[in-house]
Design a protein around this ligand. Structure first.
Ligand SMILES: O=C(CO)COP(=O)(O)O
Length: 121
């Protein structure tokens, strides 16, 4: 069972929810974590259990970063919105930096998320 983090910026939440519904059966085999608003949306869309962290702008990205440094997250599915400024951009950068530093499987868009999930046991 993999520990998977799910995060999406506001304009990408519909896309992440559609992805989660598409992959509901495979996701149900794993331990799901998410920033607050994203996780609430994914739970409502799929009915899957998701452990909710703080909302991203309130520290949720940093909580996922801490999980990564502590070896408690295997995969990060993070649908970033490249067209909107984020008030917590430093946290977004810190999270993607730590995912890269610690060799976590990291997907920032749907085709990559499809490939990553297919590779996860
Ligand atoms: O802002 C986010 C990621 O940077 C996501 O946070 P929410 O899921 O709480 O909207």
């Amino acid at each position: 069972m993999a520990r998977i983090g799910l995060v999406a910026h506001d304009d990408k939440k519909d896309e992440l929810c559609a992805w989660a519904v598409q992959h509901k059966r495979k996701l149900s085999e794993h331990d799901l974590w998410a920033t607050g608003t994203t996780g609430g949306r994914v739970m409502a869309a799929t009915g899957l259990p998701v452990t909710l962290l703080k909302s991203g702008p309130l520290g949720g990205d940093q909580q996922l970063g801490a999980m990564i440094c502590e070896g408690r997250l295997d995969v990060l599915i993070f649908f970033i919105d490249p067209l909107s400024a984020q008030p917590h951009d430093v946290d977004v950068k810190a999270l993607t930096r730590l995912a890269t530093l610690y060799d976590v499987l990291l997907a920032n868009n749907k085709p990559t998320a499809d490939a990553v999930l297919a590779a996860v046991q």
